[in-house]
Ligand binder design. Structure first.
Ligand code: HEM
Length: 489
């Protein structure tokens, strides 16, 4: 009997605690949904039914009149989802940047030594130093010097245009791995090219291509990275697996000079130790191929769906090629492919690589009242996560009319898009590699479409579905396309 009583008291206390925790925002006077134990407001993400971007999009669209919404992430962690463009600007670019400059991601810097050099995963002064090391590698003049690596990979790509149906992300990953191996280390990754029977299988492909793809573990890994260092320890998750860490150190130790990113880095920062160089090489590699490959696959997919846009791109490719004696892979010709670039940005709007940016408050600050006209400010406490829901913003009909339609014109002759377009982030933490990302995808797009049309593999194919399992956007079942030789070019 006393045992039963104790159990009842414990149960009642647990329920009260859950109720109290789930009403964190309401107690502070904020309009917010109730936060359920463990899953908060992210049940569908926890059950692998929806991607985290889709969950945030639902919260965003359900509160059209609020500047921000209090809600609960996984493990019932109170967080704030920002909706208002001015507030987004203030946090990414403006006066509140210093109060929430850190990304809300968890990596154990002792276990994940090379990943700890990645600015994306670093905080405070360390972030500033690491980023400053990398920035000089991405200036327009360095991009000009990187173009030969890209052009070489494009030549191989041209010889490898698949006959019959193919999976676009697979082809795109082969290409971007070929580019980054060459641009960073000056190495031939053998991801494209003569697949002769005697050639050894490419370790680049074998080890790196699956890294960001959905798998049985991906959801737990995504949860570890975004929500729980404890879970990461439990499942032994490493952002860079040990085998890769060993291999990257070997690659850096065996470098042999030449005109490549690693060499430029070693020359410009002479004080860098081998371990720091290996860390930077790891960042360049891991950040360099996956996001660009996904973008290339998605732009091909959107062009296959949108015949008029593809025709317009073909006209541009023909006109620019005519002005440059048939050659598109030089700096001037690529710069003239303005519709091509707009198509890439539009594909990135529809399919952002990161569906949300998530920042952590490191110095308390205040947000204005949640609704226009109301008068109570919100004091944001240190540790609170701020969610900037990129996918929701990109698909907001008030910001982009007919948001689900692929209309590259949106990005032609436009003033800067501010925080309406966050495909590369914005402000001091914006992607430093965006020029390389656009360069390699644009060069590949020009190479593939100069002589070919791209079509869906099957006319009946349904729209590509996004995997709910991964941190970087990936498709559930691949993106299946086919090429058809153009009759005129
Ligand atoms: C189409 C290709 C790419 C896309 C869509 C993309 C997107 C992004 C996004 C959304 C962020 C987060 C920005 C933020 O936190 O506000 C980011 C960060 C970053 N990206 Fe990229 N990226 C691309 C290509 C590249 C390339 C080619 C490199 C380098 C080789 C690179 C290196 C980085 C690094 C180092 C960061 C962390 C920056 C920091 O926290 O200061 N990215 N990228």
């Amino acid at each position: 009997m006393p045992l039963l009583l104790v159990l009842l008291i414990l149960l009642a206390a647990t329920l009260l605690l859950c109720k109290w925790r789930g009403n964190h925002w309401r107690r502070l006077g904020l309009e917010a949904p109730f936060g359920w134990p463990l899953v908060g407001n992210m049940l569908h993400f926890a059950l692998a039914r929806r991607s985290y971007g889709e969950v945030y999009q639902q919260i965003y669209t359900q509160h059209p009149n609020l500047k921000y919404v209090g809600f609960y992430r996984l493990f019932n962690e109170p967080a704030i989802l920002l909706r208002d463009q001015e507030l987004l600007r203030q946090i990414l670019v403006g006066s509140d940047f210093a109060s929430c400059a850190d990304n809300a991601v968890h990596v154990d810097h002792q276990r994940d030594v090379l990943a700890s050099h990645n600015p994306f995963l670093a905080n405070g002064d360390r972030w500033r130093r690491l980023r400053a090391d990398l920035l000089p590698l991405f200036t327009p003049s360095r991009m000009r010097q990187t173009l030969p690596h890209v052009a070489q990979a494009c030549q191989l790509l041209r010889q490898q245009v698949p006959h019959g149906r193919f999976e676009a992300k697979d082809l795109a990953t082969r290409y971007t791995l070929q580019v980054v191996a060459s641009a960073i280390f000056g190495l031939d990754a053998h991801c494209l090219g003569s697949h002769s029977r005697v050639a050894p299988p490419s370790r680049w492909l074998e080890w790196l291509a699956p890294l960001f793809q959905p798998s049985a573990w991906s959801l737990l890994e995504t949860m570890s990275l975004l929500h729980s260092p404890r879970l990461a320890r439990l499942i032994g998750h490493r952002y860079v697996p040990l085998s890769l860490q060993r291999w990257f150190r070997e690659l850096v130790a065996a470098r042999s000079g030449g005109d490549n990113l690693l060499q430029w880095l070693a020359e410009s920062k002479r004080g860098l130790e081998e371990e720091q160089l290996a860390g930077h090489a790891t960042t360049l590699l891991l950040e360099g191929y996956e996001t660009s490959a996904m973008l290339l696959a998605f732009v091909l997919y959107e062009l296959a769906l949108n015949e008029a846009a593809q025709q317009r791109l073909h006209s541009e490719l023909d006109a620019v090629a005519q002005r440059h004696a048939g050659q598109l892979l030089n700096q001037v010709a690529l710069a003239e492919l303005r519709y091509g670039e707009a198509a890439l940005l539009e594909a990135l709007r529809l399919h952002p690589a990161m569906q949300a940016l998530q920042k952590r408050c490191t110095k308390s600050f205040t947000l204005p009242a949640q609704k226009s006209g109301a008068n109570s400010e919100l004091h944001v406490a240190v540790g609170t996560v701020l969610v900037l829901p990129v996918q929701a913003i990109h698909l907001d009909p008030e910001l982009y009319p007919a948001p689900n339609e692929f209309r590259p014109d949106r990005f032609l002759n436009q003033p800067p898009m501010g925080c309406r377009f966050l495909g590369f982030g914005a402000g001091p933490r914006m992607c430093p590699g965006w020029r390389l990302g656009l360069l390699q995808t644009k060069a590949a797009l020009a190479t593939l479409l100069q002589e070919h049309r791209v079509l869906l593999a099957d006319e009946e194919q349904c729209r590509v579905q996004v995997s709910p399992l991964t941190f970087l956007t990936a498709s559930r079942r691949g993106i299946w396309l086919r090429f058809q030789r153009r009759t005129t070019s």
